[in-house]
Write a protein that binds this ligand. Structure first.
Ligand code: FE2
Length: 217
């Protein structure tokens, strides 16, 4: 069996899909007349839109630059879609401000967020297919890992926490063990233990036991 190529999108896209789905469901059940409920939804939506905006920025700056350097034109479609996503993010942020006390604005947010999520799911599948193919044809796995390292190391700790909170519970046990094993090898002990404490309550018992076994905790 051939060794699979390194997929730069795999983990972050699993996290984004989960975060988007969870936020959309929250938007669908929000009570526009309950300030605490609205505040929770706004906080979650803001965090989602922040991570979407920074994700597409990093894809543009790092991944598209690498693709274009060796396959000119290959990232054009997705670059155009990123402009549409930035516009959608701005519209969703404006709608969020209108929700308190306004059930109609809440309904509109739900519908527009659903369209944004639907579009992003297709967009990410295209990146994982066509962009990965372009990267794999022109870059070694070590080169792709170094692009990923550039993106990951540019994240401040609080942004990293949000990404990990959504990625780690929603990847499979082997991926989770691989990611946390890498972290244990490369990050300070307190940082590794902080991530374990973050993820433990978010995992079911079976997934936690598999992780503990894999890491010999
Ligand atoms: Fe993208």
């Amino acid at each position: 069996m051939n060794t699979p190529r390194h997929d730069i999108y795999a983990f972050i896209h699993k996290g984004l899909r989960a975060f988007m789905a969870h936020t959309l469901l929250h938007a669908g059940r929000v009570d526009a007349g309950d300030p605490a409920d609205v505040a929770e939804l706004r906080e979650q939506c803001d965090a989602l839109l922040d991570i979407c905006a920074s994700h597409l920025h990093h894809e543009n700056e790092v991944i598209h630059t690498a693709i274009e350097a060796r396959s000119p034109g290959a990232s054009g479609r997705i670059a155009d879609e990123h402009v549409e996503h930035q516009e959608a993010i701005a519209r969703l942020r404006a709608l969020l401000h209108l929700i308190p006390g306004d059930a109609d604005a809440a309904r509109q947010l739900y519908v527009e967020l659903a369209a944004f999520v639907a579009h992003n799911y297709e967009h990410m599948a295209y990146e994982e297919g066509t962009h990965n193919a372009a990267l794999w044809a022109t870059h070694s796995d070590d080169e792709i890992r170094s692009l990923e390292h550039r993106i990951v190391s540019s994240h401040p700790p609080e942004k990293m926490q949000v990404a990990l909170r959504w990625m780690l519970p929603h990847m499979n046990p082997a991926e989770r063990a691989q990611m946390l094993g890498g972290m244990r090898a490369g990050a300070p002990r307190e940082a590794f233990e902080g991530v374990l404490a973050l993820v433990r309550p978010l995992l079911g018992g079976r997934d936690w036991r598999k992780l503990a076994d894999a890491l010999a905790l």
